[in-house]
Each structure stands twice: as C-alpha cells, then as structure tokens.
Design a protein around this ligand. Sequence first.
Ligand code: SF4
Length: 609
Amino acid sequence: MKKIALISTPWPLFNRPSIQLGALKAFVKEKLPHIQVDSHHVYLSIAAALGYDLYAKISESTWLAEPLYATLLYPDRADTIERFWQKRYRRLGLVEKPSCQELCSKIKKLSSRVIDKEKWENYFLVGFSICFGQLTSSLWFIKEIRQRIAGIKIVVGGPACAGDMGKSLLRSFPEIDFVIQGEGELPLVHLVKSFEDSQGHAPEAAIRGLISRHFHTGPETVSQVPNLDELPIPEYDDYFKHLKSFAPENTFLPKIPMEISRGCWWRKKVGPKGRGCAFCNLNLQWHGYRAKSHNRAIKELEELIKKYQILSISFMDNLLPAKGLEQLFNRIQGVGKDLHLFSELRATTPSGILAAMGGAGMCEVQVGIESLSSMLLRKLNKGTTAIDNMEIMKNCEAPGCPNLTGNLILGFPSSDEQDVAETLACLEFTFPFRPLKGIPFWLGYGSGVFEMPDAYGIKRLRNHPYYAHFFPPEVLRGLRLMVQGYQGGIRYQNRIWKPVKEKLKEWRNTYMELHRVPGAGPILSYQDGRDFMIIRQRHIDDYDMTHRLHGTSRRIYLFCQTQRSMPQILSRFPGFGEEKVGPFLNMMVDKHLMFNEGEKYLSLAVPAR
Ligand code: SF4
C-alpha cells in the first residue's frame, strides 16, 4: 500500500498550520497506522515566496484571492480578470500596484515547482481541504496533479463542499472523484479503508458522508465522531518541518490552531430550522454541537505547547461552550505559561469570563457584535441587544481584558432607516471603545437569509456576479458557490448606510488619535477614592474633562458597571425614588458617561488601571 496526501492550497492565514489537515492526519494515522499520511501546506510555500505582506493582503479578500488561480485555470480570461482584480486591489489604497498577470505568472512558477518536486505516483489518494477563498487554487492544483498522474484519486472536503456546492463540484470537474459532505474524519478513513479492501480500486458501495459519481449519500447521512474527546490530538509536524526548512529571514513564530468544540449551540435556540444568526453559514459542515471535556482541552493545549514549543494558540471554535468557560480559563491560567490566546465570542459573555480569559492570556477576541441597533439585531437572530454589545465593548476596554475586534454589518436585506437611526444614536456613545469594522453584507450559501429569501425581501438568488469575471459561463452555470448574489433593495441599502460608514471612519480616526501616545490609557476611565470617584474623559483638541461623583451617585455608577434596569437600581438604593435617581441617570447619559436603552442603564467608564 502506498500513501495518501492531504493538501491545503492558498489562501488561508500563512502563520498557522491547517487545523483540517492536522486533525485528519492524526485521525487516519490512529485508525490506519500502516498508511502514511503527508500533509502539504502549499499555502506556506507560496506565502514565503510571494512575500508575507503581499500574501496576507490577498488572503484577506476572497475577491482578490480567487481571481489569481482562476487566471491560471482559464488563461483566455486573463484580461477580464486583470481589470476586475485591479479595481478590487485599488480599493485597498496600497502604494504598490502589482499587475495581476505578473503576479499570476510568479504564482504559476512557484506552484508548478511545488508540484514538480513531489512524487505523486507514490500516493493513491490526494485530499483537498477547501475553505473560504481556496476554491480556484484547489481546482488548479487538482488539475495539475491529475494531468501528471492520470490514475490518482482526488477527494475534496471542507465548508466549500457542503450540500449542493459539493455536488456541483463533482458534476463540473471530472478530476474530482469524491466529495466529503460534513465532517471529514470518518468518511476519509472509510474511503482509505475501502481502497485497501479492494486492492486499490475505487469503492463502488456507498460510504456515509461521501458522494461520488458511482454512489450518492445525502447530507442527512453525514458521518460525525460522536465524542470529540475520542479524537486524537492534531498533528502539525509537516508544517513545522516545512517552516524549519526556510531561510532564517523567512521563518517566524507561528500560532497553533486548536478547537474545543465543533458547531454552534446558538443555532439550536433560534431561527427556523435552527439556523441561528440569519447571515451565518459557518456551520454547514456540522450537525449539532459537540465540545471536548475540560480535561481533554487542557491535555491537548499542554501537549501542543510542549511538542511545538509555541505559546500562541488560536481557538478555532465558531462558538465556545456556553457552560463552564470561567472554570476552563482559570484552569488554562493554572497551566502557568505566558500564553497568547485568540478566540471568537458571543457578545453576551459576562465580565467574569472575560477577566478569566484575560488572566489565562487571551489577548484578542473577535466578538459577534454585527449591529448596534436592537431592532436589526432581532432581524439578524443574534439574541443580543445594543446595550449587550455596548457592555462587552466597554468591558474589553478595561485593563487586563482581551482586546476586542468586531464587525458592523452594513446593508443587511430588510434593514431600514429606523435601524440606521438607532445605529447612529448608539455610535454617539461608542467613541471610547475599540472601533468596529464596517462590513458590507454578503449572502452566504446555506445561511438563514439564503434559505428564506422572501422573509428578507430578496429574490433571484444565484452565484455572486463577481464569479462571472473568472469562471467561463458554461462552467459557472453548473456551479453552486459560497458567495451568492441576489436582487432586492441593494441600492437602497447602500444609500441608507452611508452615514454609518462615515461615522465609523470618524470613530477609527478619533480612537487612533487618542491612542497615538503609547500607554495613554482608556479614553473614558475612572479612579475610585472609595467615598468619591473621579471620571476622566479624554478628548482630541481639548482638555480632558473630569467629573467627580460622591456618596450614592458613586455607588449607583459602580452598580451600573453591569447594565441595570431602573427597578433594579431603585431596589438596590431604596431610600431614593425614581424622581431623584432618574434625573441623575439622565444627566450621566447626556454627558455620555452612561448609556441607556429602554429602562436599562450602563456606566461606560472603565477602571483606569
Ligand atoms: S454567527 Fe456565531 S453564534 Fe451566530 S450562528 Fe454563526 S456561529 Fe453561531
């Protein structure tokens, strides 16, 4: 028996190994120890040769990434693609302006070199993990490898192969033999095993979670590992070995990807058919939600750190477990290492968990903010409100808590002037916090909006028109792709969200200006003198403003560090009726020292240290 190859092509982040390849390799090795599994992080080779800065820029945008290998796949479309690519590239406002065709010929040379140095005839099966932005590069590598070794079998999997997308790839590209639908581990092992059992012949009988031209199993028959604790620890040896082979000027300290869970528990709670947030299609591969036990998560963390001698870990979970997070991060802190952690978070994460995360070494969190309008958040099925978002943005500004990054979705179908007005009103209070990034809405295949377009006032769903620049019409017709286009209110949406875009720019500039001096501290902070407190509000072009609160005013302000309703405040301070508390709170809101939504109030200043 020969060996199998697992490949990840450009454009994932170059500075971490592929968790998909690491998990699959470890699983196949454990179940079939006599099979050699080689994982090829092709993207790392291309990033090093192209230059990490340029690679990183391209990998940030699917519309910059996909056209490049499309030029190699369809050279007669080079001019059209060049025009499209230049337009997209210019929007980044970079000084350097590489020509797409020059870049493509460089990429072609580099990619061909990567292929030519491998003995593909030694592999009987090659697997491609296809995630966002990796479609055309995977297709090009598949074509090239198949051209060199006609009999080699190709299997693809990953989010870009879920449901109809995977079926359309199988229909449109004869070089692809099998498509994994859903989680990869079990179908891949069964596929390899069936090759063995039939002495190298492709399987004829159906395998759960796999489709081919000979047999078909529906998405309802995806095959998942029931208990994530049973998975072996991912293996990243090939990535580290590859990185070690680089010249010193090209090496760097990578981050290790790790997952504690798969899927999203929020989906079960909301949305028709449990689709969760209306815009989200992150969970096409998973059925339900599974999480590793704390013991297993800690063991994996410690082993990965020890084996690869790296202290930066990125948690890849779409959503960390709802329960026991504080205990988990306290245990991670107990590991006693100076870690540098990253993860995604729901906006409802309480300050106690944030503090535990900060203590464990969580430096950055990507929070699912998405909107600052409670009405729009309802349309998005986020299960959060503007004041929830304000609270986590505030909490992440406090010393010792992770830095927050987050997006604001602009132009969501069915959003209206009222949503925009609510957003703009809220933005008057966000200036002390880390700015959000405005992201134009994009329609993801399989998202709630995609499944129920009528409910969001859109129609005529089809592949996004940008794909027409790089796929020939006869190919595109048969494909179902990740980013979808639609009709319905796009111009209206662009128009009404313009003022929000402007406000976001202003916010970013102000925040940067006020943090120009390193160690300048939070923009809105307080020092507590125990029977009085001083609130300091920093301004550009102006003196800092200070406010002193005494006695009960101080105590109310501290009590509202977590959002509180008027009845909660009144029952905590029974000697003061609404006629006294109300004017105080309103004055604090007028001065932008507190935020209020409905009957809830939130203090916005964070401890100065
Ligand atoms: S955005 Fe996050 S919370 Fe919402 S459905 Fe997707 S993974 Fe779940």
